[in-house]
Structure formats: C-alpha cells, structure tokens
Design a protein around this ligand. Structure first.
Ligand code: ATP
Length: 439
C-alpha cells in the first residue's frame, strides 16, 4: 500500500490507508488508546480499541513520544475530533524506530530551551512546526529567486570554493593545507562572478557557500553561510543593480506570501508585506547626518559608515518618512569599501556602491565594479594591496570587459527579515560559528 500524507486524509474517508510519522501524543485510556501522529503535512488522531487486539495495546502503551511509526487503518468521519473531523481506526502498527524516553526537551512544551541547547538537538527542534515552516519558506524563496533570474536573462554558475589567494582581504579568511602548499576557503564568489562578465555571460547568479573566519558572536553572523549573488553587465551605474534587486525581492516576497502567507501569520505572527517600488535610496554621508540629527551618537571615529545602532536609526527614519521597511544606503566613501568598487567620476572620494538594510539589518552589499584595468590596479595599490597575488584577477580586465556590477546577500539574513526571526541560528539548517562545529 502506498503511503498517504496526513493532509490528504479528508479525501480518503471510508478507505484503508497507510500513514507514516511521529507519535506526538499518546492518550492511553481504559478501553481506548489515541495516538496523535504527525507528518510534515499535519496531525491526525489514530484510535485503537484495546480489547480488539490486547497484544497491540500492550505494545502501544510502551511507546515513547516521537517514535517513528507506520500505521494502517480505516479513515472515518468523526465530527467530535478537532483534527479535521476525522480519525483512523487502527488496524496494524509498525514501530520503525522507537524514541528513547525522556526526550532531551519537550517539543510541544510552552517553554522551549534556549537556542544553543536546541542546536545540540537540531533534528528534534526541526520537527516543530515553526522551524519546519522556515525551511518550506526557504525552498519557495530560492525557487522564486531562480525563477526571476532565469526570466531576466541570468545564467547560473558554480564557482570554486577553494582559492589560491584571498578574494577580498586577508581578514576573516580560513586557511587550509593544500598538498604541499596552502589554499583559502572563498569569502565570496566576487572575483569569479566578475570573470563571467569578462567571459561575455552578461548576467550570472550563484547560490552557494561562503566562508568567513569571523570570530564574532552576534545574532547575525556565521562562519559558513549560503550566499545569493548576482552580477550583471552593460550597466550605467549602481542604480541599475539596485533596480534589479528591488524587483527581484518584490518577486520573492510575493511568491512567499502567496504560498505561505497564512501559515507565517498563524505560526510566526508576521503579516508579510510585499515591498513597494522603488526602495528609498539615501547616500551614506546624508544618512550619517540624519542619524546625528536624530540624536544617535555614532561611535568615535565612525565618520564614513554606520554601526549597527546607526543602521537601526536610519531604518527608523525611513519607516517614519517613507513608511518603507527597506533602504539602500548608497555612495559609500572609498575607505569603507574594497578596492574594486568604482569611484564616482564627479567625486572620487565616493564609490558607486550601496548596502541594503531591511528593518535596520544589513542584508546585502553591492556596487558597480571598476572594469578599467589601469584604474583597478591603481586603486588596489592605493589601498595598500600588492597586485601580484591578484594578477589573475587583474587579467580578467585585459581583453574587453564590459562595465558591470552586482550584489551579495546572505540567504539566512533574508529569511530573518522575511520571517521576523530574532537570531540567525533559527534561520539556518545547521549553524556554524566559532564555537559550533557539531552536529
Ligand atoms: P556585516 O557588516 O554584517 O559583517 P559584511 O559587510 O561583512 O557584513 P559582505 O561582505 O558585504 O558583509 O557580505 C554580503 C552579505 O552577506 C551581507 O550583507 C550579509 O547578508 C551576508 N553576510 C556577511 N557576513 C555574514 C556572516 N558572517 N553570516 C551570515 N551572513 C553574512
């Protein structure tokens, strides 16, 4: 017999079905046993009349919650049952894998243990409906992201994650032994995305792992995360990239709302708002002025960019003035940006760059890249880099590279803002941080 998913049971009244799932609750009464079974589509009540099969009744009474079971039985209507007005009359039961008792924590308890403890038992944590929803949303998000990119002429690439030289700077770099020498784990697909532009691919995207040896213990940093990256050629300036990002995000939000809007409201209490276009854009120096005027004190020495508190303050300004959850902070001073960001021709102390903040959280960085080789080399030298290790990168700009730009975004950061999750640990399948390598 084929397995039936619990959500489909209402179409199977009076039929005998096979369902498989986890024992969420066992109510062992005098003459009856009720098992609440859960699969990824829902819950169902299974009823067993003890006298009908005393041996089976005995087995059932020993079952621990969260045991993995397969049962067969007849689906009958029963209006008094809260779970869909139906139940299954148990015929056979197979214990596929009994759960030890007690469980490390009660999955349906009112008070959950802290996130770090739940990370130790992530597979159990993921059995709860809220985390399950996060990953249903992630699946829809990635599908919509790809769909939009494919509709807009982007090609998917997979760039190497083992590199001979760092892609950005020496900081936050994982070094590894590579035969007799050393190599590094990619901090971003940046250089290789740009190679796609030199290769004439016009528009590329990548969804892939990114590694950062970042020793920080915040609610938004991981040492390994999934990056959503794209790069596009023949642009006029960084505004073309921002135009693309906001259309792409609007498409993703709409897809997630269409498919999961109700569940997100019910389980996470978030009323998903599809953002309107265009997103407000504020140059960095103006943003600094605004947060100062709002009475926010930037830390000493912060004159070229915002700290996380400053980011939240500018987001508050944007919410009040434009009623918008997103803001592009643009035109960053050169000292706060990597060497390959293009400088503004009208003011070379600034770059054609931006960060995107969502509810005050940075979710994306982007820019137009410098595609003129001589200029790129000069900027690298000016910022104190030696050009020898990046010679292969500079070579990308020797034989006809179009003007281009792009962005990088953390998948889990986007999930955090979409679903109002307070901690990135809740927005990733398995968290990796300075103190976390298992499971
Ligand atoms: P932050 O200032 O938050 O440390 P960053 O400036 O180092 O981020 P970028 O190098 O610009 O970030 O990376 C692009 C995007 O990748 C970020 O906007 C963010 O969404 C995501 N990201 C960066 N670092 C991390 C991290 N350690 N963990 C999770 N996501 C990250």
């Amino acid at each position: 017999m084929e397995r039936t998913m619990i959500a489909e049971l209402s179409q199977c009244i009076d039929q005998t079905v096979k369902i498989s799932g986890w024992l969420q609750v066992l109510r062992d009464q005098k003459s009856m046993q009720f098992l609440i079974l859960r699969d990824r589509t829902g819950l169902v009540q299974v009823a067993h009349w003890k006298k009908g099969n005393p041996e089976l009744a005995e087995l059932i009474s020993t079952l621990g919650t969260e045991s993995a079971l397969t049962v067969t039985g007849k689906v009958v209507e029963n209006p008094s049952v809260k779970l869909g007005g139906l139940e299954i009359q148990l015929e056979t039961l197979a214990v596929e894998n009994a759960a030890e008792a007690p469980l490390p924590f009660e999955l349906t308890g009112d008070v959950l243990p802290n996130v770090d403890f739940r990370m130790d038992w992530r597979y159990l944590d993921l059995r709860r409906p809220e985390p399950l929803l996060v990953f249903k949303v992630q699946t829809t998000l990635e599908k919509a992201a790809r769909e939009f990119w494919l509709q807009n002429g982007f090609m998917e690439i997979h760039s190497p994650k083992i590199m001979g030289t760092p892609s950005e700077s020496g900081a936050e770099l994982f070094e590894l032994k590579y035969f007799d020498g050393k190599a590094y784990l990619a901090q971003s697909p940046q250089f290789y995305k740009q190679m796609g532009m030199a290769a004439g691919f016009d528009r590329v995207f990548e969804i892939g792992p990114v590694f950062r040896a970042d020793p920080s213990f915040t609610s938004r940093h991981m040492t390994e995360f999934t990056g959503l990256d794209f790069e596009m050629a023949w642009i006029n300036d960084h505004h073309d990239v921002m135009d693309m990002i906001e259309r792409w995000l609007q498409y993703i939000y709409q897809a997630v709302k269409d498919e999961h809007g109700e569940a997100i409201k019910e389980l996470l209490g978030v009323d998903l708002v599809v953002p309107s276009l265009p997103f407000p854009r504020i140059p960095m120096l103006e943003a600094i002025q605004i947060v100062k005027e709002m009475g926010y004190d930037l830390p000493e020495g912060k004159t070229k960019d915002l700290d996380p508190g400053g980011e939240r303050t500018i987001a508050q300004h944007v919410k009040e003035k434009f009623n918008h959850d997103f803001v592009f902070v643009t035109d960053w001073p050169i000292t706060a940006r990597p060497f390959y960001h293009m400088r503004k021709p009208e003011d070379p102390s600034l770059t054609r760059s931006f960060d995107l903040l969502a509810n005050g959280l940075e979710i994306c960085t982007g820019a137009q890249r410098e595609h003129r080789r001589a200029m790129l080399e000069r900027q690298a030298l000016e910022m104190g880099l030696t050009t020898e290790p990046i010679a292969y990168y500079l070579d990308f700009f020797r034989y006809g590279c179009p003007p281009h730009g792009g962005m990088g975004m953390g998948l889990s950061r986007l999930l955090m803002v979409l679903l109002g999750l307070p901690n990135i640990r809740e927005a990733v399948y398995l968290f990796r941080g300075p103190n976390r390598l298992n499971p």
